[in-house]
Design a protein around this ligand. Structure first.
Ligand code: FMN
Length: 320
């Protein structure tokens, strides 16, 4: 997930178990081909994350094939193509979900990539562009024929963005028609939903926002699927996760960012904080505190107070 599932976050989530595959943030094929440093950073991963899928976006078959070769050269296990992003900045460049509006062209992208690399090429798409163009079933078959090894479908249209509910009946129908594995995405916010959807006829589920709110969701779903009660997670463990995330981020790419590195870590914590604090008692206070903090020490102090000594949390706000 763009802006969220960086290498440090993926490593931390994997530590807790229940996670079969992680995917990078979406990476620009253009930036990969041109060797832009910031783009290459998005594609970085560590061995602890394997198996790892690097997701790329773009609309030009030749560039996407070249980018797939770069991804293969970086040692990734899978190269995934984003055909789901509805953001105009991406979609207007004939990439992301707008590829769904030109199915022949989209299949051509997959054919070019499949010829260019030995690693599996997979596709992430939405139900379609809008209600009048719910063409995921047709496009999924076309990319299968073009050489895709698996397809993931978020059961909403681009027009829906995140409104309404994901259409899991559509996803199950696609899974029924295709030979390659089909994964479903959308609204797996608690472990019960993950288990329920795993049993809906798909080959697997992608968990997005649920992991940002609760990084233990995959381990808890695995517990439930095995007939065990979902593991309980203490406030201390939730706090420790954030502190570990800060430590990992603080130790990364220091040479690249120099003076602005702390600011980058704070911004990353703010991004995660907006999801992570949802559903926690007094979560909005924590969110506000994280959003106003100006140093890593103050950030750590706020988190420690909130999770380890809640009675001292409100006074600790003055630390920011
Ligand atoms: C902040 C954010 C960033 C996302 N970035 C990506 C992305 O880079 N690539 C992608 O395929 N999907 C991306 N998605 C979509 C998710 O992968 C997923 O399909 C969608 O959120 C629905 O699943 P969920 O209800 O489990 O979150 C993103 C979603 C969010 C909320």
């Amino acid at each position: 997930m763009a802006g969220m599932t960086d290498s440090a976050f993926r490593r931390l989530v994997k530590r807790h178990g229940g996670c079969g595959l992680v995917v990078t943030e979406m990476v620009s094929s253009e930036g990969l081909v041109r060797g832009i440093d910031r783009t290459l950073e998005y594609a970085e991963y560590t061995e602890a994350e394997r198996p790892i899928s690097i997701q790329i976006f773009g609309g030009d078959p030749e560039k996407m094939a070249d980018a797939a070769q770069i991804v293969e050269g970086m040692g990734a296990d899978i190269v995934d193509v984003n055909m789901g992003c509805p953001v105009p900045k991406i979609a207007k460049h004939n990439a992301g979900c707008s590829l769904m509006r030109e199915p022949q062209h989209a299949a051509g992208v997959i054919a070019a990539m499949s010829k260019a690399v030995k690693i599996p090429v997979t596709v992430k798409m939405r139900a379609g562009w809008n209600d009048g163009e719910r063409n995921a079933p047709t496009l999924a078959r076309m990319v299968e024929d073009a050489g895709a090894s698996a397809v993931a479908v978020h059961g909403r249209t681009a027009a829906q963005s995140y409104g309404g509910a994901a259409d899991w009946a559509l996803v199950a129908d696609i899974a029924d028609r295709l030979t390659i594995p089909v994964f479903g995405s959308g609204d797996c916010i608690d472990p019960e939903q993950v288990v329920q959807r795993l049993r809906s006829g798909v080959d697997g589920v992608l968990v997005g926002r649920g992991v940002l709110r609760n990084p233990w969701i995959l381990a808890q779903a695995a517990d439930m699927a095995a007939g065990r009660p979902p593991r309980a997670v203490t406030m201390e463990e939730r706090g420790r996760f954030l502190l570990d995330y800060i430590d990992l981020l603080a130790g990364e790419r220091v040479h690249d960012r120099a003076a602005s590195h702390d600011r980058w870590v704070i911004n990353k914590m703010r991004a995660l904080g907006s999801w992570y604090t949802k559903g926690l008692d007094n979560g909005s206070h924590l969110r506000t505190a994280i959003n106003t903090v100006e140093s890593l020490d103050a950030l750590r102090a706020i988190i420690s107070a909130f999770f380890f000594a809640p009675v001292s949390f409100l006074p600790a706000l003055s630390l920011s």
